[in-house]
Design a protein. Structure first.
Length: 158
């Protein structure tokens, strides 16, 4: 008996293999697709994370450029004069048109620790918008820590 499926498959497979122009078009369309370009751009940006801490008179400011990172992937902790910023590096890409989703592990998670002294840990504030993280760490007001000066209004000589 003649097997139609294997005959059709064999002929289609042979014609695809023997047609290098068709293969080149398929590869070009995949490599030049928006989803692949987005993945490549995001992965390139993930390599160059820029996290800096600056000290000012009244505060510390930590600024981080975190492209492709969501708010849920950022964890900030304060312990024993150290601010720790931890960023998860998992990325999920989808072309938004079908069910196909590619999950890519972009490398190890990023963790940065910064030594900060004489701060007010109850007023630390973090803002994350458009891939930019800013952590405001106010210093303690030293004037409040100094003992009050006692006014002497009257005194006598002995």
């Amino acid at each position: 008996m003649f097997d139609v499926f294997s005959y059709v498959f064999s002929n289609v497979f042979d014609s695809v293999i023997n047609n290098s122009q068709l293969i080149d078009n398929i590869v070009d369309s995949v490599l030049n697709s928006d989803i692949v370009n987005d993945m490549v751009n995001t992965l390139e940006n993930m390599v160059n994370l820029n996290i800096n801490c600056k000290e000012y008179k009244q505060k510390y400011l930590i600024e981080a450029d975190l492209p492709g990172t969501s708010k849920e992937d950022i964890d900030i902790d304060y312990t024993n004069n150290y601010i720790s910023i931890n960023i998860k590096r998992n990325q999920v890409f989808s072309n938004g048109k079908n069910v196909a989703i590619a999950v890519i592990q972009g490398g190890n998670d990023v963790s940065e620790d910064f030594y900060v002294e004489n701060i007010d840990p109850y007023n630390i504030k973090a803002v994350f918008k458009d891939g930019q993280l800013k952590v405001y760490i106010p210093k303690k007001n030293r004037l409040k820590e100094i003992s009050p000066i006692v006014e002497v209004s009257d005194y006598t000589y002995e």
